[in-house]
Design a protein around this ligand. Sequence first.
Ligand code: ATP
Length: 365
Amino acid sequence: MAQIQVEKLRKAFQDLIAVDGSTFTVEDGTFFVMLGPSGCGKTTTLRMIAGLELPTEGRILLDGEDVTFRRAAARDIAFVFQLFALYPHMDVAGNIGFPLKCQGVPRDEIRRQVHAAARLLCIEHLLASKVSRLSGGDRQRVALGRAIVRRPKAFLMDEPLGALDSELRHVMCGELRELHDRISATTIYVTHDQLEAMSMADRIAVMNSGLVEQIGTPQEIYDRPATIFVADFIGSPPMNFLRFDGAIGRGDRSVRLLDANIAVPEVREEGAHGSLALGVRPEHVTLADDAPIRGRVFGTEYLGTTQIVTVDVEQSRIKARLPARHAIRPGELVGLNFRPERLVIFDATTGRAIESALYAGGGRG
Ligand code: ATP
C-alpha cells in the first residue's frame, strides 16, 4: 500500500479557485476522509490525486515519487465512484474481473481473484447474477470488488454511498471500515456527511471553499475545532456560539460576557480583542437555578434518552443536550452553566480558535 502526499495543491477553473493550496499527507494504511459542504473542492482534489484532473499548481507524491503529471492509468490507484458505473450486460463475476481481463490476466487467475474478492465482500452467491437485478448495496459491493482485484496502492472513493438510503448507508459504512481493517488499504474517502466521516475515519480533513480548515482524528476535530467553520460543521446540533466584544490575553482564565464572568481554559497566546465568540457544545451546557446566564426556553426536542432544549439568551439561541427525564416547558426561565474546561474562544473576525489549555494536547491539525 502507499503513502499519499499532497503539496500546495491548487486548481483554478478560469476565475474560480476550486482548491486553494492544500497540503496534507495520508499515511500508509490510513482511512482518510475529506469532509465538507457541496462545492468546497473535495472531488476536484480527489480527481487530481487520481490523475483525472491536472493541478494548476502543486505536487502529488505516491510513496515519495512525484506523480503529478503521470496519467491516471499509470498511478496504480483505484477510484470508486458514487454512481456504480457497472456494466449492466455483464454478470457480477464479469464486472469484478473486468480490470484483470483488460490487463490480459489468464482466465483461471481472473476466476481465482474474482472469487477471493467476492468472498471478502460476502457476495460469492451473486457471481452469476446480472448486476441490473442487484440491490443498491450489492451493486456497491460489486464496484468495490472491481477496485479490490486491481490490488491498487490506494483507493479513492467519491461519496460511494451517496445513492443508498440511510439505513443501508449505515450498514455499508460498517462494512467499508471492516474491509479497510482487513486489507489495510490506504483510502481517501470524500463525503459531505459528518456521521460517515466520524464513524469511519482515522483522520479527517475538513474543507471549506477550497481550503483545508483542519486535519485531525474525529475526536480532535470534534473536541478541539480549529475554526468556527469546523465547530459549526461538526456535531448535531452543532456547537453554540455566544458572540461578544472584548479582549483576552495570555493567562486569562475567564471572559466577561452578558454581565457574567465565565470560566474558560487558560489562554495560551497573546490573545485577541474586538469581536470574539465563546463556543460551547450542547452536551456541555447544564441548567442551574443560580447560573449567571439566564434565558427563556424556546422549545424542546425529545430524543429518547436525551432531549435538545433550545434557550433564547439575549440575541443568541443556545441548544443544550440534557437528560430526557428533566421536565422542561417552553417559556420557562432557566439558568445556564457551561463546562469550563471544554469551552473554545474564537476570534470572530478571522474565525480562528484562540490557543488555550484546551489545545495543549495538540489537535489543531
Ligand atoms: P460536491 O460534493 O457537490 O461534488 P465538492 O466539494 O466535491 O462538491 P468540487 O466538485 O470539487 O466540490 O467543485 C469545487 C468547485 O469547482 C465548485 O464550485 C464546482 O462548481 C467547480 N468545478 C468543479 N469542476 C469544474 C469544471 N470542470 N469546470 C468548472 N468548474 C468546476
